[in-house]
Ligand binder design. Structure first.
Ligand SMILES: [Ca+2]
Ligand SMILES: [Ca+2]
Ligand SMILES: [Ca+2]
Ligand SMILES: [Ca+2]
Length: 339
């Protein structure tokens, strides 16, 4: 699925970027791959069979500091990937998951009370939710496919995610109790990393689609029923990780259009492109603060992949984590209404 990108990087000799991209995409789709190896290349008719009765034991009820805005992220600092939270200045890092499985791609609920994430603790990647203190971990999907990258609807009632059950990655929505799971994309390319617009009407995602005879990885938007799909980015680049600003006027994303992965802003119609980071390192996975004034993201500018914060105009870039391990996929909460 990244043949075009590999060719481009071979042409430019940029193997370092290629390796980093491989690591990033591999991590994101890792559990999908394991699923394919374990269960073959296609998924049975039991796909998307719902099971909301599966409960994972609560493993941590300490550390959540209550009524304040926080950042959730994934890190392998303790041997395998777990979910952590920290204050928005990087202090009070607290681990929420404890197991030998990969716990990845966390996303706060709009009211800050819950976190959705993906884990292969039950054999292959499924979507889970937990309270913001790590308690009440509950499985929402029960499929032979890799289910990952959850994102909440603005009213907190639904979750969108990607799944490779049909043979390639497609986007789904479901209620937050796991009921009414519905597929909304139907295409041969992959569709991944869905992000719900603040007004609830659209979902942004990225996809490796063919335009003019070549495959490009671009940001797209669609209505929540999968209709009206529109391509927002173009050019010979890898455009990924879209995230809507809280007021819906901007989408932040990462792209290697100028040599290596940087963070960019654009309007929701793809216009007014603005670059926010300028360095020779990997900058990716941007996510907004609830008030829209700041953006958190991950970067390997200081050797290890760490989490950083900047103003939404790109100024005042500040490092938040210092773990000498993988720290990525940040998501910034509103202060919880029900801590
Ligand atoms: Ca784990
Ligand atoms: Ca699954
Ligand atoms: Ca697809
Ligand atoms: Ca960069």
């Amino acid at each position: 699925m990244i043949d075009r990108n590999i060719l481009a990087l071979v042409t430019t000799g940029d193997w370092t970027s290629w390796v980093k991209m491989q690591v990033k995409i591999t991590r994101m789709l890792m559990i999908s791959t394991i699923t394919i190896l374990l269960f073959g290349s296609f998924v049975s008719c039991s796909y998307l069979e719902n099971n909301t009765s599966e409960m994972s034991p609560s493993t941590s009820t300490t550390g959540f500091t209550g009524n304040r805005s926080m950042i959730v992220f994934e890190s392998d600092r303790d041997g395998n990937t777990e979910i952590y939270i920290m204050n928005t200045d990087g202090s009070n890092e607290t681990r929420l998951t404890y197991n030998d499985a990969q716990d990845i791609s966390p996303s706060w609920s709009p009211d800050g009370s819950m976190i959705a994430f993906s884990s292969d603790r039950d054999g292959n990647a499924e979507i889970y939710v937990m309270m913001a203190d790590g308690s009440k971990q509950q499985r929402l999907t029960n499929t032979l496919a890799g289910d990952s990258a959850p994102s909440w609807s603005p009213d907190g009632a639904q979750i969108t995610f990607n799944s490779d059950g049909p043979g390639n990655e497609e986007i789904y929505i479901m209620n937050i109790d796991g009921s009414n799971q519905a597929r909304i994309t139907y295409s041969d390319p992959w569709e991944i990393l869905p992000d719900w617009s603040p007004d609830g009407s659209k979902i942004a995602f990225n996809s490796d689609r063919i335009y003019d005879g070549r495959t490009y990885v671009d940001i797209h938007v669609m209505d929540v029923d999968g209709s009206n799909q529109i391509r927002l980015t173009s050019g010979d680049a890898w455009n990924s990780s879209p995230s809507w600003s809280p007021d819906g006027t901007k989408i932040v994303f990462d792209s290697d259009r100028e040599g290596n992965q940087e963070i960019y802003l654009m309007d929701p119609d793809g216009s007014n492109l603005e670059r926010l980071t300028y360095n020779d390192f990997w900058d990716s996975s941007p996510s907004w603060s609830p008030d829209g004034t700041k953006i958190v993201f991950d970067s390997d500018r200081d050797e290890f992949i760490e989490i950083y914060m900047m103003n939404s105009d790109g100024s005042n870039q500040t490092r938040l984590t210092y773990s000498e391990a993988w720290d990525g996929w940040p998501s910034w909460s509103s202060a919880p209404e029900t801590p």
